[in-house]
Design a protein around this ligand. Structure first.
Ligand code: 6R9
Length: 650
């Protein structure tokens, strides 16, 4: 790993909100006096009624509680919209760039956004949606996705956004789990020139689970079947609604949203975030990580987070934090390589983007197309680059820094999770010397620690171990929707007294953290989390599949790819056609992001005598690291390994 150090550029140290000393002092205060620190930080939010307690948290099994800003009342949509109307109503909130660069773009001011959110909020009320109800949102990257989320928040409904790339089955499972009675969708989405049949997917999902109402946005304008009594057009739903909707008074700990994410076992978990702590945490991290402050002429820097609203990065750093902070941002419907590999950089030039935040997988894909696609664009507006979603390898870091940012832009490599709500370990551009590949230092209030995964004991100094967090922070998830026990068991039972992240990590002599990737059965495909158990259960649902085991494999662009070992039923011909069929099957069951990269037919899987699959061996074969498979003597039938090695697809 590269240990090269990139010192904070002098101009950044001087102009940024925080320099190295500023970070150190603030961090120290946040750890020594969390109450005082967060009481002060909470002032960034407009409270309808002040909170009485700052922090009321304990990870102890018999006294487990995570509560922040108790007694405080607020509405997060009022913080994102209404409070900007006095002096920023004509400031652009969203610059929307469509998939097709020739199609018209859209620009929405804070006033526009406020009006649209209020109208939709009133429309939802008119459809009977009340505080606490769950609303499923299945929309492409259009402003209406943000409008829908904020409209829910405005009336106290709990949104559950389902990524528009998920299959009807995955959508049905998520609708069912949180029992939502209403779905907001569009006729079609557009990505890279291809249409995504969103309404048709909703119809297919609703063959399995019923809802009362579907509100359908006309996006591409194609004709879609509307079911009488259930489906209604978006325009029709909002047309007669007043442009004012009083924000619901929400308790700091009232639920804000559910977002499903993959874990090492079972079905995806409904990660639940609440209102007050999330508002404080996301807006604070956004301000410091991206150094979001007015430019020297008083105007807003243009910020662009290229994540989809279907993931947590889109929730926190497209919708909530930038709007709470009154930012101007680009929202992009498309993909990095359409119509060509220059698209990101063209969009940056078009809107004069100052701050750009993307995932390493996109950078790696663009990097291999050659520098020409980048260098033919200007990118002079760029000042700061960000990375999120997976470890950024030093080559990609170097390319991002040298070619995209022309060595002038710091890179903030932000480590965090759906569960953490916002950035936990990250450089600050004016404060942190950068080491390519390291997420560097903890955010305020975050106490990272390393434990020995075998012994469960804390490790000090420069060392590697399982990454845990020693105390609560305001943006922490509060429960797994409908299964509080699973919340405790998943995150707080392995290492009592600590939140377990599922990631492995190294800490160096300078106290920098280097995330090494998941150490549980979660794989990270193109920055998207995928539970191996989910892909396995999709495979075994196929009538010809008896058993399946899925592991991650190194993948040049995606970071990790999906390697599936499949045992078919006796008498089945393990043909090329069946292999293709299984790939399609998984795509249909979960969605294209779960497409297996390799399927290896295996007459038997390596199991211990007690029947446990030895994944260690399967991982090594998938990684093509077959020189030393370790001890195979405990296998019930060691000969299956020879067969796996002999039949490894090339
Ligand atoms: C925000 C987000 C979380 C998992 C996490 C880790 C990986 C995210 C990273 C990173 C190394 C970074 N991860 N950011 N690994 N460096 N900067 O991605 O949330 O989808 O829940 O994924 O992603 O493994 O545990 P989520």
């Amino acid at each position: 790993m590269s240990e090269e150090l990139f010192p904070v550029p002098a101009k950044w140290a001087q102009d940024a909100l925080l320099d190295a000393a500023g970070y150190a002092a603030k961090y120290q205060k946040s750890i020594e006096d969390p109450e005082g620190f967060w009481r002060e930080e909470a002032q960034r939010i407009d409270w309808m009624e002040p909170f009485s307690t700052v922090k009321n948290t304990s990870y102890a099994k018999d006294d487990f509680r995570i509560r922040w800003f108790e007694g405080g009342k607020l509405n997060i949509s009022a913080n994102a919209l209404d409070r900007h109307l006095a002096d920023k109503s004509d400031t652009v909130a969203i610059l929307w760039e469509p998939d097709d660069p020739a199609a018209p773009s859209r620009s929405l001011t804070y006033r526009d956004l406020h009006t649209e959110v209020c109208k939709l909020a009133n429309a939802l009320k008119a459809q009977g949606v009340a505080k606490g109800d769950r609303v499923t949102i299945y929309l492409p990257m259009v402003p209406e996705a943000a409008i829908a989320m904020l409209a829910c928040a405005r009336i106290g409904a709990v949104h559950s956004v389902v990524f528009a790339g998920f299959s009807p089955d995955a959508l049905a499972g998520r609708i069912e789990d949180c029992q939502s009675r209403i779905v907001l969708t569009a006729d079609e989405g557009l990505r890279g020139g291809k249409k995504v049949p969103l309404k048709a997917n909703v119809d297919a999902a609703l063959d399995k689970v019923a809802v009362d109402r579907v509100i359908v946005l006309a996006h591409t304008g194609t004709d879609v079947p509307m079911k009488a009594g259930r489906d209604i057009g978006w325009a029709e739903a909002v047309v007669d609604q007043p442009a004012i909707c009083e924000p619901e008074v929400m308790d700091a700990e009232d639920p804000l949203f559910i977002l499903y994410t993959s874990g090492s076992t079972g079905k995806p978990k409904g990660v639940l975030h609440t209102t007050g702590g999330y508002a404080v945490w996301t807006s604070m991290t956004h301000q410091y990580v991206f150094d979001y402050q007015p430019k020297s002429d008083g105007s807003n820097p243009v910020y662009w987070c290229a994540a989809d609203v279907g993931w947590v990065t889109g929730h926190s750093y497209v919708v909530y934090a930038p709007l709470i902070n009154g930012a101007t941002q680009v929202m992009f419907e498309g993909v990095p390589n359409y119509p060509d590999h220059s698209r990101f950089w063209q969009v940056i030039d078009k809107y004069q983007v100052d701050i750009f935040y993307a995932a390493p997988t996109a950078l790696r894909a663009l990097m291999r197309e050659g520098d020409e696609w980048v260098t033919r664009t200007s990118r002079k507006s760029l000042r700061l680059l960000g990375s999120v979603g997976e470890p950024i390898n030093p080559e990609a870091w170097d390319w991002y820094h040298r070619v995209v940012g022309e060595r002038r832009c710091p890179i903030v490599d932000t480590w965090w999770q759906t569960e953490t709500g916002g950035a936990m370990i990250t450089p600050l551009p004016g404060a942190t010397d950068l080491k390519p590949g390291s997420a560097s230092k903890p955010m305020f209030g975050v106490r990272p620690a390393l434990v020995d995964p075998e012994k469960g004991t804390l490790i000090d100094g420069a060392a590697s171990g399982a990454l845990v967090i020693a105390d609560s922070w305001p943006g922490q998830m509060r429960t797994v929707y409908g299964d509080h026990q699973r919340f405790f068991d998943t995150y707080f039972s392995q290492y009592p007294g600590y939140y377990f992240t599922g990631d492995g990590c190294r800490r160096d002599e300078d106290g920098y953290y280097w995330i090494t990737g998941r150490i549980d059965d979660v794989i990270n495909v193109s920055g998207h989390r995928m539970g191996t158990a989910e892909v396995e259960s999709a495979l075994v649902e196929h009538p010809l599949v008896a058993e399946a085991a899925v592991v991650g494999m190194p993948h040049e662009i995606k970071g990790q790819g999906i390697y599936a070992y499949v045992t078919t039923n006796a008498g089945t011909e393990d043909s090329e056609d069946l292999r293709k069929e299984l790939v399609q099957w998984v795509r249909k069951e979960i969605g294209p992001i779960a497409t297996p990269d390799v399927i290896q037919f295996a007459p038997g899987l390596p199991k211990t005598r007690s029947g446990k699959i030895m994944r260690r061996i399967l991982r090594k074969i998938a990684e093509n690291d077959t020189g030393n498979l370790g001890d195979t003597s405990t296998l019930a039938d060691p000969s299956v390994v020879d067969d796996l090695l002999a039949n490894r697809p090339q």
